[in-house]
Write a protein that binds this ligand. Sequence first.
Ligand code: NAI
Ligand code: MG
Length: 361
Amino acid sequence: SETKRIRLAVIPGDGIGTEVVEAGLRIINHLAEASNGKFEFESDFFPWGCEYYLEHGKMMEEGGVERLRGYDAIYFGAVGFPGVPDHVSLWGLRLAICQGFDQWANIRPIEFLPGVPRRLNHPDVDSLNWVLIRENSEGEYSGIGGRNFSGRGLGKEVAVQSALFTEHGCERIIRYAFDLARTRKRKKVTSITKSNAQQYGMVLWDEVFSRVSKDYPDVETDQWLVDAAAAQFVLKPEELEVVVASNLFADILSDLGSALAGSLGLAASANINPEGNTPSMFESVHGSAPDIAGQGISNPIGAIGSAALMLDHLGLNEEAELINKAIAETTRQGILTRDLGGTYNTDEITDSIIENLSKVK
Ligand code: NAI
Ligand code: MG
């Protein structure tokens, strides 16, 4: 049969982004070599990020997003480093790609892996897992606002930051969550807003949620205000299955969820353009971690799990499952990085996962 050829755009970015992306690519290359010609990968590297910015005054080259359009997927590290303001680095690269390619669904599974010390004290902690669906195109990250209106002068500056909620944007992400819920054992969607205080955008979200839910009578629903939802993540996580929330809220809750599962370094994510018009982008949830960058001790599991989400998206479902099994086998064996209380470094974790790929087959 014919070899499936996959063209990847790789953007390692800054800090530990470069380390964890290298780890993920080692896993993918290993699988491709072991696939007996089932599939091949070709990776093009784009050296964009904060170093690029310091040299060129921008985070990526002119027309950079367009250069990525022809690829099958984008594999992304992390962006941000001291010396470049975080809002410049984030907007100049990651958000430019997510919004430029209308990757409106950000999928963030929360997995409780075996052998990992939990931050969460819960009787059924080993069987917990849920998935956060983050609205990824508007909301609080619409970039609408401004500063320095009408020269109010020193000490009297004013800033406005608005959130954009469209019926179309709410509807597509909420439907995505319901469709995903139908594929899971427990069919349930929890919607998170703050409609008591955010009386326009989030009330619209709630109305759309209620309307869309009528098309899915087989799916259970639940609704929480975000403050109470944060408590629920800790106190009643067994109630969570598919959780859908706005850009900002889901961003915050995904860090909480992954910390409860052990570490920010474990969390994988996919920025999906569900229509398939543009390439989707796969990245660990964490940032560039300047505090540990360059030491080779970062946890690569979030990035490797993101590679699994990418293979799954590209139709290599068996290979994706193999990666997830191999990750779980490595943590079960107690082969852990420092953020999880272990002593292994990035390369050793990656070696172990590669070794376990053939073991779990
Ligand atoms: P961060 O996620 O980089 O780090 C938070 C803490 O978690 C740090 O103590 C770090 O050492 C630890 N950590 C994160 N990932 C880890 C891993 N794989 N292994 C072991 N420990 C890990 O968040 P922070 O410190 O708020 O932001 C640092 C920079 O990253 C900033 O410039 C920020 O703007 C950027 N950032 C970029 C993101 C992206 O590219 N998607 C997402 C979040 C932050
Ligand atoms: Mg985040």
